[in-house]
Design a protein around this ligand. Structure first.
Ligand code: MN
Ligand code: MN
Ligand code: MN
Length: 295
């Protein structure tokens, strides 16, 4: 069995484990191939890489990122895998996203102030403590201040989709982030395609645009997907075949929860799709792995 995880988060974005802890956890879990894909930054990966090189193991670590971007009026996520993080296109991209996040945070803060919640930006920055600033930090601040009872209430009432703190405007276009990844020698991957709840037609349109922008992969297995929905898996596999995209798999691990995803996904055996992980690990002739098995 080959254990892989090509979608994980550290405390450099909104994950709970530090890059060191994530590496240790992945080694404990016996993962063969790991990518750290923090939101809009590669600092967690860089720190993890330094630590990883001090811990000889068979595990492979590849660079990663999860870019926020816009496509057709919606915010979507594009993963970058295996790119050169020091390439000018990536340096520029990360810088742009960082500025976009700050602008967005200022806007969220202004909007919350209108609701009578003052000092949100300073509060969220303090919570973030150097991590890439995002809505979870605002939510944590709101809980701290007693404005809401918990995270869910913060998102349900103020920060979630369609609420006052849901500011989309500052993300770059999908084709732009896909181009940065490709230019830096990486492969761009559509993250959790089912999560967007697009119609089949709309998802197909996304794939067409993505492919034209230089995209190369699509997530087949994600904790954001219901693994028991075979029809959805079949649809993604069909799209991947039609547009010659490699399929990817990851847990989207953020933290330990009772029902949430754990680190590591069994690499499924693919008969008629190309596996993205074959770029970094040799396909194992292990007939015991079941077909498209989830985490
Ligand atoms: Mn996240
Ligand atoms: Mn995502
Ligand atoms: Mn993610």
């Amino acid at each position: 069995m080959v254990l892989i995880d090509l979608h994980t988060h550290t405390s450099a974005s909104d994950g709970v484990l530090t890059p060191y802890e994530l590496i240790d956890r992945a080694l404990e879990a016996g993962i063969d191939l790991l990518a750290i894909t923090d939101h809009d930054c590669v600092g967690g990966y860089r720190t993890a890489l330094e630590y990883y090189t001090t811990k000889p193991s068979a595990m492979k670590l590849v660079s990663g990122i999860e870019y926020s971007c816009r496509w057709s009026g919606t915010t979507i996520h594009i993963l970058g895998l295996g790119m050169d993080c020091d390439h000018p296109a990536m340096l520029e991209g990360v810088k742009k996203l960082s500025a976009a996040r700050l602008e967005r945070a200022e806007k969220i803060s202004q909007r919350l102030a209108k609701k009578g919640f003052h000092g949100a930006l300073a509060g969220a920055v303090e919570v973030a403590d150097g991590s890439q600033l995002g809505r979870p930090h605002f939510a944590a601040w709101m809980v701290d201040q007693g404005h809401v009872a918990d995270f869910s209430e913060a998102f349900d009432r103020y920060l979630g989709q369609g609420k006052i703190g849901d500011v989309k405007a500052f993300w770059p276009d999908m084709s732009e982030v896909t181009g940065w990844i490709a230019d830096a020698g990486g492969v761009a991957v559509i993250a959790h395609p089912i999560h967007y709840k697009f119609t089949r037609m709309k998802l197909r349109r996304l794939v067409v645009d993505f492919k034209a922008a230089g995209g190369g992969g699509i997530e087949l297995i994600s904790a954001q997907h219901h693994q028991d929905h075979q029809d959805q898996q079949a649809m993604i596999r069909g799209l991947a075949r039609e547009f010659e995209l490699e399929v990817s798999a990851g847990s989207d691990f953020h933290r330990d929860t009772t029902y949430g995803p754990r680190l590591g996904v069994k690499a499924p055996k693919l008969s008629d799709n190309k596996a993205i992980w074959d770029r970094w690990i040799s396909p194992e002739a292990d007939s015991a792995s079941a077909l498209v098995e989830g985490a």
